[in-house]
Write a protein that binds this ligand. Structure first.
Ligand SMILES: [Zn+2]
Length: 158
């Protein structure tokens, strides 16, 4: 006998509004998580940082929204990073340059078994040590990385 299991409607529908953050649309077919977001459930409770290199600011949004979002401060592209990312102070240009160099090489602040470089000078050697890992991530998320690369190539947005 055929058993029809009716999918229970999401209980979170009514609880999804958190503060004034735009709630994600109810997910029909589970979208791929942006590359900086490993597995887990799509939830407005899991905030992820986005970094804008145009104005050196970071902001957070609920999970599973996008790999790149428009920066609410300057309108330029902001790249979704993992929750491990701790934004430097806006005035710390050197640290922001280092972060940008890492992101341009495909590093979205996953845990990689060693601390992330402290200076821009260390970025190349670090990137070389983890090149295989990044290649793997790029292969898993080609569309998202294409979006990230395009955003970094055209930092003024549009
Ligand atoms: Zn910005």
């Amino acid at each position: 006998m055929l058993t029809v299991s009716l999918k229970k409607e999401s209980l979170t529908e009514q609880n999804i509004r958190v503060g004034n953050v735009r709630a994600p649309q109810r997910i029909k077919s589970e979208p791929a998580a942006p590359p900086a977001q490993k597995g887990g459930f799509a939830s407005p409770r899991y905030y992820h940082p986005y970094a804008c290199f145009g104005c050196r600011r970071s902001f957070k949004r609920a999970s599973r929204i996008a790999a790149v979002l428009a920066c609410p401060h300057c309108g330029g592209p902001a790249i979704g990073l993992t929750r491990k990312f701790k934004p430097p102070p806006q005035a710390d240009v050197a640290q922001w340059k280092k972060v940008e160099a890492l992101v341009r090489r495909g590093f979205l602040f996953w845990s990689l078994g060693e601390p992330y470089p402290e200076t821009l000078k260390e970025v190349d050697a670090f990137a070389a040590r983890h090149a295989t890992f990044v290649q793997g991530e790029r292969k898993k998320h080609p569309a998202a990385f294409a979006e990230i690369d395009a955003a970094l190539a055209n930092p003024s947005g549009s």
